[in-house]
Design a protein. Structure first.
Length: 167
């Protein structure tokens, strides 16, 4: 029994997958939508998988609490960066607006979806009751932000990020 415990304690740390960056982020639309130029596919609009951020640009709706901060986080983290566009076999390839559905990873394995949730600028998001492959990591990062009252989980939003129709 002790031998088994000792060998597992010495086990190598899990390997963090890294991906080849094939695109450069041109512009952040909001916290969960960015424009990139891919080396082979050209210009793409990406709807980031696994998260939802407060609204800032939904026509006919108010800017939601935390929305500008989510956009600013995305701008700081992604604008001008080389990223890998990672699709998820459990999800569609495009949404109803024609945006490519994908994760955005930096070459060192830094995952935007998880880090936006950890920063409290986005919520874990499951579309159509079909969890994405990275949902567990994103949900854990969101829980960390909630417990720390970070970002949209603290003042002034306190988790309330509803966008309402404007007249």
């Amino acid at each position: 029994m002790l031998l088994g415990a000792a060998s597992s304690a010495c086990a190598a740390p899990p390997v963090v997958p890294t991906f080849t960056a094939t695109a450069r982020v041109l512009r952040v639309v909001d916290g969960d939508t960015v424009d990139v130029v891919d080396d082979t596919r050209g210009r793409l609009r990406i709807r980031v998988l696994g998260i939802d951020t407060p609204e800032t640009k939904k026509p006919g709706y108010s800017v939601a609490c935390g929305g500008p901060e989510a956009t600013e986080f995305a701008q700081r983290a992604l604008t001008g960066q080389r990223v890998a566009i990672i699709t998820d076999y459990t999800q569609d390839s495009h949404d109803r607006y024609g945006r490519t559905l994908a994760y955005l990873d930096k070459p060192d394995g830094w995952d935007y979806s998880t880090e936006a949730a950890r920063a409290g600028t986005g919520r874990a998001y499951i579309y159509g009751h079909r969890p994405a492959v990275r949902s567990p990591q994103i949900e854990a990062a969101e829980n960390e932000a909630r417990q720390a009252a970070r970002g949209l989980w603290g003042p002034p939003c306190n988790g309330h990020t509803e966008s309402v129709p404007v007249k």
